[in-house]
Write a protein that binds this ligand. Structure first.
Ligand SMILES: O=C(O)COP(=O)(O)O
Ligand SMILES: [Mg+2]
Length: 225
């Protein structure tokens, strides 16, 4: 089947883009906060803390109740990750329309990849547990390389691992769109992720409200690139 767009590679962010991981992340963040005697944070508010990895999420959460230091963040990252890993993917729905959208891209012969700021081993395990891992040529995590999003480094690496060619990136937050811009590839922001209020202001080349719109958005942004 011929695609209406000219991309060889489509990269996806993970949390808030492929899956709604907010309930599992909230449960594990709050488990870590409780263990340190800190107040919990409501899942709706946890969404705004996701996107720069677990240590950054903990720093921002701890700053809401008395601050953080490096040792505390290091210790609580282990507490959070151990808890998160135990039930990974059991309460982590895919966003509507994702599977048919990925199937269509595969039919077009597009190579798919994930670039997340989650630790790589957690991203791989989550994708395996929810049955998505085989869809992706490669998974690059926040600790896979010397730099993570918003650096262009993981985007460049993604393109290289996927054999080169024209690429676009889909994400829900500023590290995604900024990394794509820094790597000089077009981006699509999703409004159904963890930044519904600001997705339109991220400066992406296109914005979608549902995965049904992905095909048309890719066709729009591939014109002239
Ligand atoms: O902050 C995280 O844990 C990772 O988030 P991302 O998948 O949106 O990059
Ligand atoms: Mg995200």
């Amino acid at each position: 089947m011929a695609a209406a767009f000219a991309f060889d590679i489509i990269g996806f962010d993970l949390d808030g883009t492929l899956v709604d991981s907010s309930l599992e992340l909230s449960a594990s963040l709050n488990h870590a906060l409780r263990s340190a005697g800190r107040p919990e944070i409501a899942p709706a508010r946890v969404k705004s803390l996701v996107g720069m990895g677990a240590p950054a999420m903990l720093e921002m959460a701890l700053d809401q109740s008395g601050g953080h230091d490096r040792d505390l963040v290091k210790h609580l990252t282990t507490v959070l990750v151990d808890h998160y890993e135990a039930n990974l993917g059991s309460d982590c729905p895919l966003f509507p329309g994702l599977l048919p959208a990925l199937d269509k891209l595969q039919l077009y012969g597009v190579t798919l990849a994930v670039v997340t700021n989650k630790f790589e081993h957690l991203a791989v395990k989550l994708l395996r547990n929810i049955g998505l891992l085989d869809q992706f040529e490669t998974v690059i995590g926040g600790d896979s390389l010397a730099e993570c999003k918003p650096s262009p480094m993981p985007i460049h690496e993604m393109i290289q691992r996927c054999g080169g060619g024209r690429a676009a990136f889909v994400g829900d937050a500023s590290p995604d769109i900024d990394a794509a811009r820094a790597a000089q590839i077009p981006s699509i922001a999703v409004t159904f992720g963890f930044r519904p209020d600001s997705a339109r202001a991220l400066g992406a080349d296109s914005v979608i409200d549902h995965y049904d719109e992905l095909d048309a958005a890719l066709a729009r942004i591939s014109v002239g690139c």
